[in-house]
Ligand binder design. Structure first.
Ligand code: COA
Length: 329
């Protein structure tokens, strides 16, 4: 094993969302909700939903292949695949193993990582350690989720989530660019079940009597309160770590929980909202996939230029949260 400390960059991005669109107006016909309320309070107009025969790994594989192509690599060049998901295809094998098989990335190790909506950020930080140390050269990090499969479509909280996948290839960079700082946190001290998927694990195995436990449960007020404390704390810490100030940030690519959470966060940290990227109007909250889908859109649209200072931040169930800053290469 080589002993190196190398800078780490994102050298390719990709994403995929399923074709089926579920609009707020359609949801009004099946649950007690209001299209205007959903857009005004959460920022969502519509979301994508996977087909019955599409598993999380199917979405992840397409996003992953697109990121590999964008990086100018081949599947066999990938040393490690990390899939951040809380809606895995199965308990075993991992979704990452399915992705490796479908990509024919036969030279890679592959594993899943669970940090729910912060999963992609946590996955990028894990990948960065392997690249920095010289253990691996090309790592595929994928955030992919199919929350439609764990949504109770008779309940009003069906408005919040959508399905999708995003991916990034992480490689070494020269010393003047790449990731500048990471901070990850897990705070279980209050309301840690404010967002949970209770059933289907070892605590509450699913039986014919408790099928409703397979669906996610969310306390919206708890999510809002946790998110608007956690995100500013992580962001201010990575600014301090890098010696940068908020005015140095060119673009913020955050998780997409709700538009109000992002507006409040931007207000607290003092970032003009036009620098905060969002696409939740089209895709809703795709959990582990929000940041890489948005990153791919922003990257492909040419909005990020070489040398730009890009801020990532996420918060999720647990509560996991974190932020990172990259100088775009
Ligand atoms: C969801 C959220 C917008 C709700 O706001 P809130 O003010 O806490 O909501 P409340 O439950 O007190 O309800 C306020 C009003 O909104 C209405 N409402 C709540 N959910 C609704 C829905 N899905 N559709 C339509 N109306 C809804 C309620 O009926 C209530 O109206 P009323 O005052 O006439 O009774 C807010 O808590 C939030 O943004 N939370 C974060 C959620 C999130 O990010 N989830 C995804 C990541 S895990």
């Amino acid at each position: 094993m080589k002993q190196l400390v190398r800078n780490v960059k994102i050298s390719g991005t990709g994403s995929y969302v399923p074709e089926t669109i579920i609009t707020n107006e359609y949801l009004e016909t099946i649950i007690e909700t209001n299209s205007k309320w959903v857009f005004d309070n959460v920022g969502i107009l519509e979301r994508r939903v996977a087909a019955a025969n599409q598993a999380t790994s199917d979405l992840a594989t397409i996003a992953g292949q697109r990121a590999i192509d964008d990086a100018g690599l081949k599947s066999e060049d990938i040393d490690l695949i990390i899939v951040a998901t809380s809606t895995p295809d199965r308990k075993a094998p991992s979704t990452a193993a399915f992705v490796q098989h479908k990509l024919n990335a036969h030279n890679s190790a592959a594993f899943d990582l669970t940090a729910v909506c912060s999963g992609f950020l946590f996955g990028m930080s894990v990948a960065s350690q392997y690249i920095a140390s010289g253990v691996y050269n090309n790592i595929l990090v994928i955030g992919a989720d199919t929350f439609s499969k764990i949504t109770n479509w008779t309940r009003r909280d069906a408005v919040f989530f959508g399905d999708g996948a995003g991916a990034a290839v992480v490689t070494s960079a020269n010393v003047t660019e790449g990731f500048l700082a990471y901070r990850l946190y897990t705070d279980t001290s209050h309301n840690m079940l404010g967002f949970t998927i209770p059933g289907g694990g070892s605590e509450i195995p699913l039986t014919s009597e408790n099928m409703n436990e397979q669906y996610f449960q969310m306390d919206g007020k708890a999510v809002f309160a946790s998110a608007t404390k956690a995100l500013p704390k992580a962001i201010n810490q990575v600014l301090e770590d890098t010696g940068l100030v908020i005015g140095d940030i060119d673009i913020m690519i955050p998780h997409q929980p709700s538009i109000r959470i992002l507006q409040k966060t931007a207000e607290i940290i003092g970032l003009p909202f036009e620098k905060v990227m969002t696409n939740m109007d089209k895709y809703a909250n795709t959990s582990g996939a929000t940041i890489p889908i948005l990153l791919d859109e922003v990257n492909k649209s040419g909005k990020i230029k070489k040398g730009d200072i890009v801020l990532f931040a996420a918060v999720g169930s647990g509560w996991t949260y974190g932020a990172s800053i990259i100088k775009w290469a």
